[in-house]
Design a protein around this ligand. Sequence first.
Ligand SMILES: *Cc1c(COP(=O)(O)O)cnc(C)c1O
Length: 477
Amino acid sequence: MQELFKKLPKVDRLLQDEVLKLHWNEENKPFFLQAIEEELSVLREQIKVGEIVFENALNYQVKMLPRRILARASKLQIPKLKMVINGTGVILHTNLGRAPLSTAHAEQLVGILSGYSNLEYDLEKGERGERNSSFSALLCKLTGAEAALAVNNNAAAVLLMLSTLCAGKEVVVSRGELVEIGGKFRVPEVVVQGGAKLVEVGTTNKTRIEDYTLAVTEETGAFFKVHTSNYQIVGFTEDAGLKELSDAALKFGLPLLVDLGSGAMLDFRNYGLSWEPSVQATLLAGADVVCFSGDKLFGGPQAGILVGKKHLIEKMRQHPLMRALRIDKFTAAALMQLCHTYMSGKSSVEQIPVLSMITEPLEQVERRAKRFRILLLDIMDCCKISVTDCVSKIGGGTMPLQEIPSKGVLVQPQPMVIKATDLEKRLRRLAVPVIGRISDKSLIFDFRTIKDADLPIMAEGFLSIFQEEKAKDKSFT
Ligand SMILES: *Cc1c(COP(=O)(O)O)cnc(C)c1O
């Protein structure tokens, strides 16, 4: 074994290999060094476990080494985080980055991101400005709030709200709302993290206003209402209405805090969907602070947005946690642009991708699916391709029961050419990966979440895979 180890080539010698020398330069050298280290340790391991025992077996492996190193180094240089095409029909896909921004918005960001900006500089006064000032007034206008603030995400917003307004005090929450949002974000634990004491009231299915009022003590800091975004309790349920709750809060001189989760700005019932409480309606009903995600139904960048009474928002802005949770210039710029778009009223629905996907008429989705099918004419000899009905979901733990009728393209490859499971894998590994769903022996792509600009890229990906498969086929016959 020791002899075999000694026969392994040295790093410097490998770098001087004729093939590798053609590919590495000073800039990409670190990737080649990493690839060399990794390939050598694969060989060392094989020797150690007795997979390589004889010298000629090792010589053969060493001969193959440069090609393997080259392949590995190329792979290491591909950016790991990249654009993908979402054919799942899940609009706020948690694994695929939740809300996408529009290309127009992204282009407007370039100028701000690639240079300096007045992020914290007041151009009127020529002095230090406020990070949230570019969008907070707009948010107030849009939601009817007195003041607004943004932090890194909604989990952070809840933490900041509780830490600022309830630390050392009791927080009254309904047992029907002790939610786990995902990623270990559980309401009871966040309350504790915020330094407050949780007081559970009511039962899982019924919580009445008296349950809240009877729980009030000297120690009570707030009523806290959490929107049960990702589940619904159906059947015999009862829930203290927001108006009732805010009246009671007022009577006791307590703030009513609401974690709304999604941050809907529209009434989705106008689009044939179910009711989801909007930010405006929640404030109007008397909530003192409402927090919500920037990248769920609001359709913007990842952020936690806090809107509500001025003196409460101001307290949060002054809290030491604020510095740790603050947003960066990317988020500030994107939020500002999104608010401008919302100001344009009705047309905002077309300009904000999340909203346009949710509300796009079925016929329009179908037309896109049909256009894609035609782009695949060249491979119809090796797969059946049809336009089919399917169902899109909102995703992101939002409106979990809501189904949106949609149209998809069903691709059923001939097993002789490629199996559906292999096709799914190959599509995932394209330069621009295409993510679909396997359904029986077919793949299905929902066109509600696929945009016009994706079609040629996606078709190109499909054609390249089938061309390769056909070429393989020929080489065997
Ligand atoms: C999604 C959600 C959160 C967490 O928001 P993030 O922006 O993902 O941090 C918190 N509360 C509720 C009710 C939610 O739906």
